[in-house]
Every structure is written in structure tokens, then in C-alpha cells.
Design a protein around this ligand. Structure first.
Ligand SMILES: [Zn+2]
Length: 447
């Protein structure tokens, strides 16, 4: 474990680990995986029964690919096991007295599922958060404003990673935007963490209040998570232009831990925390690994988290990845971004598209505000997609040209035709949290 020191110009938090060869990464992961599977099998009644039923044993693991012999686990199983054996369920692999922290996530439906941590799990997690913040350029000289929810939310404690790194850490939480701007201004915060849609909203709110984010505030780094926007270059660039700051995308899951992948200063893809998670990207239907650059479902296996191992957890997130070495010198593999939830995927006339595909087009066109809404209807067995976008100017004289241009980009990128509706600026609701921009009026879509 590393601690912050005065050597703030060093590029890595843990150089030996972060720059090791791919062969060393694989050896480390295989060693951790074997131990972790044995721990799960020996201490969690659920995994013992699940592995036995599938006819697999931790001793069967000779290579990383052998993980594919083990059964998947889905969110609904966590919920069922937790309800059968409250409060934590029988995936837990330590006595309750060893659990010191829980986060909870609600997912889309039902009772929130708890994600328990031992003291060691929590310390390991914070060391990773510090490493990730460091990779995104945060240093002890920074003043870091943490504006995520603290109430049972796994993003809350990540502020302690910034504190461990040595940054002045401002535990702002989720406060009204005027209050947050006042805090950022008073303490001249240099970095902040929020969602991409909120970063945009906050910047626009500042401008409306007569605050110039580029001059009156000192924010140079914005960490974002929770939505695909942070990995859509066009969205990132517009937030960056509004703030005069760099935007770094992070990815995390309550059922694993806070952020478990993040952008380094190169801002090209998110380095995975490969000493904490074993990553698979699989075709959601065939469950075969997809090739580099292709889209597939992210399936994660914890490698260290003792309190509740997660073996082959289907995240429902559709991602793509690259094996190319990063110019930052870190050798961990990178996710090229989350394209959306499997649940968010729209099938329009048989073509799979994500709201993030449309967002990229809307954010790239500077005659538009970048806000958008999708409405999907079905008429006479045909899917009709309507995209509502806003022009940036008050004047409506160029609406036909804007609509034609947008429809052309959409068709060439996704292959889908749509009805484009141009609205005046400030018509669509501004999302302040996880943006909900799709209205699917079809019935029996998945049937
Ligand atoms: Zn990098």
C-alpha cells in the first residue's frame, strides 16, 4: 500500500503494479482468482451450493479462461438470497462481526441490495480510489469537492480516496446547485465529481447566475460517473468548453465497489482495476467473449472483496474495450466506455441503438443545445422513432436545415431513420441526476 508523499510530480500511485507487464497482470489475477474462489466456496453457503450444482470446483481453475466454467450471478439472485436470509443473504463469506460498512443499491425495482465490506475490503477500496484519482491528475495540492450522495450510496465514501491521496477533501454531498456553486467558489475547489448531466446543468446554472465557470471558479478537473455521457467525446468536450476543465469518466457498481475503472490523464478509455476485478465482455445472447472494439455485456468477478465475493456478476452494462497499450504507461486494459444499460437498448426496426449514440450526434452539432429526447412508437407494426432536439438560437428560420442534417448523421451512424423535431432552446427538461431521455410508447416490445 502506498501513501501520499511530497513527490507530487511522480506519474503513478503504485508504479510497480500499474506498469507491470501483461504477463505479470495475468499471473497476479490468476493467483488472486484461485484464492478468491476457494474463499467463496469454503465460506459462502450460496457459492458452495452453486458450484456443486454446476459441477465445478475452485481446484479446476488452471487459467483465467477457466472462469467461464463457473455459473453467472444476476442482480435478482442477490435480491432473492438477501430476502431469504436477511439482512445480507448467503453470498456473504465472513461472519457479520467482520462487516464494517454497507452500501445499498435499488436497481430498477424492488428492495435495495446491500453490498457489505470488511475493514480490509474498505481499505483496499480506498487505496484503489486514491490510485485512480492520482491517474486522473489529482494531487495533494488540489481542493476536491465531492458532490455525490452519502446516503448508503457507494459513491459517497470515494471522497476518502481523495483524502488518502492528500487532497483537501470537501464533503459537499448532494446540495442544491446554488449551494454547491457557492461552496466551489468560496473554497476555490480545483476538482469535483458528479454525473455528466449534472456537470452540464451546474455549468449552465452558474452562467445564469452570472458566474463564469472558467473565470470565477477554479475547477480544472471534473470526474463523472453514472451515465454513458462521460465516455462520449462530444459530450465531454462540451462540458469541458463550458467549464474550462478536463472531464474524466469513471465507472463503478455498488455490488462491486465505488469506482472500479477510470480515465487517466490521456482521457482515452477507462483503465480497469485489474487487481480487484476480473473482467469479461460477453455477447449477451451467446455468452461468448466479444472481440476488442465490439459491444458486449460487462461481467465482473471480484478478486479480493472478502465480505461478499461476486463471481461472474452480469452487470447489464453494454461496453466495449481495447487491448492497446495506453500512452500513459499504465498497462491495465481499458474499457472504451459504457454505451448504456442492456435495458436501455432500443431495437428500432431490428437495429440495436442506445440513447448514447444519439447523444453523440446531438452534442457534436453546435447549432443545437445538445439536449435531446427520444420517443418510440409503433404504428401498424412499424417502429417510429422521433428525436426531439433544441436549436441553440432563438430564430427558427434554419429548423428545416438542422433537422435534415441531424437525420442524415443519424442514418449514416446508426442506419436508423427518424422524425426530427426541432424545439426552441430551453424547452426540454434539464436532467439533474441520471438523465431519463427515452419514452418508449410501444407495448410488447420485448415479447
Ligand atoms: Zn492511461
Amino acid at each position: 500500500m502506498t501513501t501520499a508523499s511530497n513527490t507530487t510530480d511522480r506519474p503513478y500511485w503504485d508504479e510497480k503494479l500499474e506498469t507491470q507487464s501483461r504477463a505479470d497482470w495475468d499471473a497476479l489475477k490468476l493467483d488472486l482468482l484461485k484464492k478468491h474462489l476457494h474463499h467463496a466456496y469454503a465460506n459462502s453457503p450460496y457459492y458452495k451450493a452453486s458450484f456443486d450444482a454446476a459441477g465445478v470446483h475452485p481446484d479446476d481453475v488452471k487459467s483465467l479462461a477457466d472462469i467461464r466454467r463457473f455459473p453467472f450471478i444476476e442482480k435478482k439472485v442477490l435480491r432473492e438470497r438477501q430476502e431469504a436470509l436477511p439482512p445480507f443473504g448467503d453470498l456473504v463469506a465472513v461472519p457479520e462481526r467482520d462487516i464494517v460498512y454497507i452500501s445499498a443499491s435499488s436497481g430498477s425495482t424492488g428492495v435495495p441490495t446491500a453490498s457489505p465490506f470488511t475493514a480490509q475490503d474498505f481499505d483496499d477500496w480506498m487505496d484503489y480510489e486514491a490510485r485512480q484519482f492520482w491517474s486522473s491528475g489529482l494531487r495533494p495540492e488540489d481542493r476536491y469537492c465531492h458532490s455525490l450522495n452519502f446516503s448508503l450510496f457507494v459513491g459517497g465514501p470515494c471522497v476518502l480516496g481523495a483524502q488518502k491521496l492528500g487532497a483537501l477533501s470537501i464533503h459537499a454531498g448532494t446540495v442544491p446547485s446554488e449551494r454547491l456553486l457557492a461552496i466551489a467558489k468560496q473554497f476555490q475547489a480545483t476538482a469535483i465529481w458528479t454525473t455528466p448531466s449534472y456537470a452540464w446543468y451546474l455549468g449552465e446554472t452558474a452562467v445564469k447566475e452570472g458566474i463564469d465557470p472558467k473565470k470565477d471558479l477554479a475547477i480544472k478537473r471534473i470526474f463523472v460517473a453514472g451515465e454513458p455521457g462521460g465516455s462520449i467525446p462530444e459530450t465531454r468536450q462540451r462540458i469541458e468548453a463550458l467549464w474550462g476543465a478536463k472531464v474524466y469518466d469513471y465507472y463503478g457498481l455498488s455490488d462491486i465497489f465505488g469506482s472500479c475503472a477510470g480515465m487517466c490523464e490521456e482521457q482515452h478509455g477507462l483503465h480497469w482495476a485489474e487487481d480487484h476485478i476480473l473482467v469479461e465482455v460477453l455477447d449477451p445472447e451467446t455468452q461468448e467473449p466479444v472481440a476488442e472494439g465490439e459491444r458486449g455485456e460487462l461481467v465482473l468477478t471480484t478478486l479480493k472483496k472478502a465480505a461478499r465475493p461476486m463471481i461472474r456478476f452480469r452487470t447489464g452494462d453494454i461496453v466495449s474495450f481495447t487491448n492497446e497499450p495506453c500512452t500513459c504507461g499504465r498497462t491495465s486494459q481499458r474499457m472504451l466506455g459504457t454505451h448504456g444499460r442492456l435495458d436501455d437498448m432500443l431495437i428500432i426496426k431490428g437495429v440495436n441503438i442506445f440513447p448514447s449514440d444519439i447523444e453523440a450526434i446531438a452534442r457534436k452539432d453546435h447549432d443545437l443545445t445538445g439536449e435531446y429526447k427520444l420517443i418510440v412508437e409503433r404504428d401498424n407494426h412499424l417502429d417510429i422513432l422521433t428525436v426531439e432536439i433544441e436549436r441553440a438560437a432563438a430564430d427558427a428560420s434554419r429548423d428545416a436545415e438542422l433537422a435534415h442534417r441531424f437525420a442524415g448523421h443519424l442514418k449514416s451512424i446508426t442506419g436508423v431513420s427518424a422524425r426530427i423535431v426541432i424545439l426552441p432552446p430551453d424547452t426540454l427538461p434539464r436532467a439533474t441526476h441520471k438523465a431519463k431521455r427515452v419514452e418508449d410508447r410501444r407495448s410488447g416490445v420485448w415479447g
